[in-house]
Design a protein around this ligand. Structure first.
Ligand code: ASP
Length: 346
């Protein structure tokens, strides 16, 4: 006699965001509401034959208020419940979702279960909401298994409208469209249409199974410096010498190019000599840093590290993580160029 297969167990972690917001009748702005509102508005969840439990941030937030302390809270929740559940769905505002997805991917080393992050552009109580479909599809993906009965998704991913994306490759592309996310340098992990069609070659798989290892230390001493034609030496030096900053994600032109003026490369070299790590990441939404132009070579010769095709979101959180591990600048530079969990193509 066949043993009846048990129902998938999913933990839903609600952090806030539009998906659970309602309109304040006085100010007409959207504000986070309590979690029961969300479940009441999606009675279809009960039609999934899953065991779903939920936990919520004490005070759900607009994701513009997301911080490393919140990432620690999410990771602690996953760690505490890792054995008990088959998968995790994190409900999150879209604004900083790609940062959270990137941070969680570094904090959850050896992750072998799905952590699916989703949200919506319209609140779940609204007639045309995208939240209901996103939530239900995210729950289904979190419960899906492959032919061997292993979790189909074994990484942090973002599910939004028609696609499942690798979390640490994703960027919010639109403030208006239902298809709000994209990973510009990596194919979708799944396409969502009548069915959920996985791109199995794109899914992250580790060679060896190792126990989950969580990292809670994130160093906030990081910043972006965004180049523009006309940036002055005074502005650049002021930014590069910001007190307490150890790591700089330098957003450069095209394939990783920067001004070739002597004052520019000297300023970068001085920052590197003073122990700061400068990572070269392109401002372009697609493509990466390549050795192609003299303007890129001059920057790299001054000691910058290549971010290859990493997103800005993954670059800044990867730096927080690497400095959080207590690594020296040389070690951070060396580790930065390697893919830790599929975030870049070296
Ligand atoms: N401001 C909202 C947030 O990120 C937007 C959203 O949820 O889509 O929390």
């Amino acid at each position: 006699m066949e043993t009846p297969s048990r129902r998938p167990r999913i933990l839903l972690i609600y952090t806030g965001g539009t998906i659970g917001m309602i309109e304040n009748p006085d100010t007409h702005t959207l504000q986070p509401f309590d979690f029961s509102h969300l479940i009441d508005n999606v009675p279809k969840i009960k039609m999934l034959n899953f065991e779903i439990d939920n936990v919520s941030f004490d005070s759900p937030i607009d994701s513009s208020d997301m911080s490393p302390a919140h990432w620690v809270e999410i990771v602690k929740t996953i760690e505490r419940n890792y054995r008990k559940y088959d998968g995790f769905v994190v409900l999150h505002g879209t604004d900083t979702m790609a940062y959270t997805a990137s941070a969680l991917s570094f904090m959850l080393e050896n992750l072998a279960k799905p952590v699916i992050i989703t949200g919506s552009q319209l609140p779940i109580g609204e007639v045309r909401t995208d939240g209901e479909e996103n939530l239900i599809t995210a729950l289904q993906i979190a419960a899906d298994t492959d032919a061997a009965g292993m979790p189909m998704v074994q990484e942090v991913a973002i599910l939004f409208e028609n696609y499942l994306w690798r979390g640490n490759r994703s960027t919010k592309m639109s403030a208006d469209n239902f298809n709000a996310f994209k990973s510009n340098n990596y194919p979708p992990l799944a396409k969502i249409g009548l069915g959920i069609h996985y791109n199995e070659d794109a899914l992250y798989r580790r060679n060896e199974r190792r126990p989950l290892r969580t990292h809670y230390e994130l160093d906030p001493g990081v910043m972006f410096v965004d180049l523009f034609p006309g940036i002055s030496e005074a502005t650049l030096r002021h930014q590069l010498s910001t007190p307490g900053i150890k790591g700089i994600v330098l957003k450069t032109f095209g394939a990783g190019n920067a001004p070739t003026a002597e004052w520019f490369t000297r300023a970068i070299a001085d920052a590197v000599d003073s122990g700061r790590v400068v990572v070269n990441v392109t401002q372009c939404v697609n493509g990466g840093v390549h050795k192609r132009y003299a303007a890129g070579d001059a920057l790299m010769a001054s000691g910058a590290v290549s971010g290859h095709d990493i997103t800005g979101e993954a670059a800044i959180t990867k730096m927080m993580h690497l400095f959080g591990l207590g690594l020296s600048p040389a070690e951070v530079s060396e580790n930065f160029e390697q893919s830790l969990c599929g975030e870049l193509t070296a």
